[in-house]
Structures are given as structure tokens and as C-alpha cells.
Design a protein around this ligand. Sequence first.
Ligand SMILES: *Cc1c(COP(=O)(O)O)cnc(C)c1O
Length: 483
Amino acid sequence: MGRNPDMTLLKKLPQIEEILHRPVIAALGSAVPHNQLVEAARAVVHTRRESILAGDVPVLDIDDIASETAQRVIDLGRPSLRRVVNASGVIIHTNLGRSVLADDAKAAVRDVIEGYSTLEYDIDTMSRGSRHDHYEALVCSLTGAEAAIAVNNNAAAVMLVLSEFAADHEAVISRGELVEIGGSFRVPDIMNQSRAKMVEVGTTNKTRVDDYERAITDDCAMLLKVHPSNYRMMGFTEDVGIAELRKLAEHVNEHRDRDSKVLIYEDQGSGAFVDLGSVEANLEHTVSESLGNGADLVSFSGDKLLGGPQAGIIVGSRILIDRLKENPLARVLRLDKMTLAALEATLRLYIDPEVAIAKVPTLRMLHEPADTVRSRASRLAEAIRASVPADDARIDVIPEVSRAGGGALPMCDIGTYVVEITFERGDAQGCETFLVQSCPIPIITRIKAEKVLCDARTILDDDELGIVADGISRYFTSIRGER
Ligand SMILES: *Cc1c(COP(=O)(O)O)cnc(C)c1O
């Protein structure tokens, strides 16, 4: 920057047709349409021109430009969103698509994309139906709620609830709950966007019921509780539960008419949908407990602890949920048929909790005993040893901890077994990068103390075990070739 551009360089930029005649382009074969090649070559030349105008001296060699053009075309042809193997041990991994769908959910999605569907068609009445009908009764029977609506994600659910019930009114929230949740969800920003007037109460570590009480004015529409997800305060802390807020709201609402009652809304985030035992015991409460304690509305994600597709589910009374359904935002944030199919099928598995634990991958991984994980880790270690000589690496099975991820259960250590690779040749960084960038199906591992760890808890099945073993074997082959 700041240098004077050398305008004579512009004349040295090659013609598009010249570029397309280079051998590296011909090697792409005739399957690539001509106009795609032209566009790619133009784009590459354009970046060279821009850099000349910025005062730089880029490489203007035609073969260099042709190679970059070819790479552009190859990159465009390769899917960007694709499957990976998760050997990281983070079960609800937000960067890796959070929950893996159950087989029943995959089958349901396949069925509705096979042709037309009953998305908004009621078989019984042979007339128009509602897309809410596919999940609402299931959600209600599983949580004890009177009504439910599902939208694009839980962030959308929060937005919808605040917009409908707190826009231009006050919503009271504890300073301890003004959190940011991974992936750019900040409670104050969402409140601002939905035009709710945020009234902060208490302090970062302590909020008491009289803090709420003092903050409630005639303009107050809502007491909002947000689950702090992946953030925890330890020690000298205090917060106010739903039951206490209910008592307070009852007191305030005595003096209000039916349409202006203060509502209690809890954003549960990961939402332990039903209490399935030991793992969920780490959560403060389930969705139905929040309702039972007096929350008017509760919302949670579909793809965190529930283990379904991306969605945000709001439960509450019929009157309140009907208002949400009629809000124009509900149309903006509505679910598509693939998501609805996956959601309905996932919910159906919860009718029998044992079936849910066995068949919903997120639940299965959370609940799988460490001994079962160990036998999978041992099989992986055997498969790796079979193709990686002992003087390349030492392969051990060692105890470690997996994480729930997705902001769920941050304090919960889930005992696991990992395959640990100690490098005699090569190194952990090189191997980790190779597994992601040079394998047909990228493999995500983690590094600890110069060793690569493959957590068997999040490796789904024997096929994936084979993929991981193969990737690691390829890595050692590749570095042998280098020398
Ligand atoms: C994860 C989370 C959200 C955002 O949910 P998405 O489904 O990712 O939109 C909102 N609130 C809380 C408390 C969360 O944990």
C-alpha cells in the first residue's frame, strides 16, 4: 500500500483465451463447461489487476494464472458442506452440525423428499392442514405442555417470544444471565432486536427475588430467565428459580387484567426434554419441570440434548402459543418439510425413553458406558497397529473425558477411552491437518501434549472406525514418501 501502481504491469496480464489454452486447463477435461472456465479465469485475472492497482507486483506468469484458474474450477466442483468423522469426543459439536440424526429421522426425511408430502394437508379431512400438526401433539404429550410451536432455531424462538410479548415493554432479566452463547447469540442484542426494553437486575453473581420485585413497573411484560449454557459461576452466587418468580408474578398479576399479565419465560437452551437419568441429572431441570414450576413459556433447541434437527421449540399455554402462531415472524421463521420430518421422527422415539437412549445418537453417546467405549477404542487401536509399524508411532488406549458440547452440561465430565498416538515419526500437528485436509472424508481429532487423540465415544460405528484407521495409516505412508 502507498506505493505507486506500476501501470505497465497491466499490459502483461494474459488474455482469457490464452489462459484457457494452457495444458493445466485442458487436463480438467471436457466435462467443465466453457463459460465456467472463462468466469474462473476472469476472476483470477481480476484479482491480479486489483493487486497491481494497489501497488503490488503479483506473479503474472501465465501458467501460474492457469493453475489458479484450474484450482478455482476444482474447488467449485467439490461440495463444501459434507460429511466428516467426529473423533473429537465433543458430542454436540456446533461446528460439526451438532446432533447426528437417528436412523428413523433420516428415513422420515428421505420419505418426504421422495415426492410430494402432507406438509400442509390433512389426510382425515382431506383438506388443508397445518405444518404444526406434525409435532405439536408429541411435544405436548412428552412435556406436559398444552401447546407448542417449532421455529428455525432457539435463537428464533427467543426472538419470536420477545417480539410478541415484550416489544415496547419491559422485560426483566438478571445480570447473571446476560450471556453470550457461542455463535453470536447475545441476550442483550436479541432483546434489542426484538424491541424489548431490557431491565437488568441484581449483580453478575447474585440476584435475589426482591431485585426482581423492585424492578417491576406497570410497563413490565415479562420476567425472562436465560440458561447460561456453557458459562458457570461457582462459589458466592445466588439466583432466583422459576417457582419463586411464579409467586412474585402471581402477586403482581392480581392487580392486572387478563391481557396484561406479567409472563415468565425461560430460554432453556439445550433443553433436557425429558429426564432420562444420570447424565441429565447434571441439568438444573427439564422442560416439564420448568412448566410445572410455573413458567408460562419455555423454549429450547431441537439439535442439542434433544438430538434432532436444527429447530427451536416453544411450549406453553394454548392462548400464548396461538398468539405466537399468528405473529408474522412465525411465518418468516417456519420450518421446512425435511426438518419437520426429522423432528417428528425424533420426538416419536421419546415415547419410550429406553428407545430414545438406544436410537437417538446424541443420547446414546451421552449415556454409553465407558467400558463399551473402551472396547471400540481397543478395536480402533488394533486396526491402526495392523497398518502402522511400531517404529512410526506408539498406539495406546487411555482413559480421558468427552464433553457434551453445545453449551449443554458444561460441568459434566463424561468418562471415555481414546486412542492416543505418540509420534516416533511425523508429529501431532501434521497428522491432525492431514486427517482433515487430505482424507476423502475429513476426520476431526484433538491434540493433547503433542499426541493425537481419537475419542471412540463420538465415532459412530465400525465403518467410521475403519475410516479413522485408514486415515492414520495414510498419514504415515505420506510422510514415509516424503523422505
Ligand atoms: C444454544 C442456545 C441458544 C441458541 O439456540 P440455537 O438453537 O443455536 O439458535 C439460545 N439460548 C440458550 C440458553 C442456548 O443454550
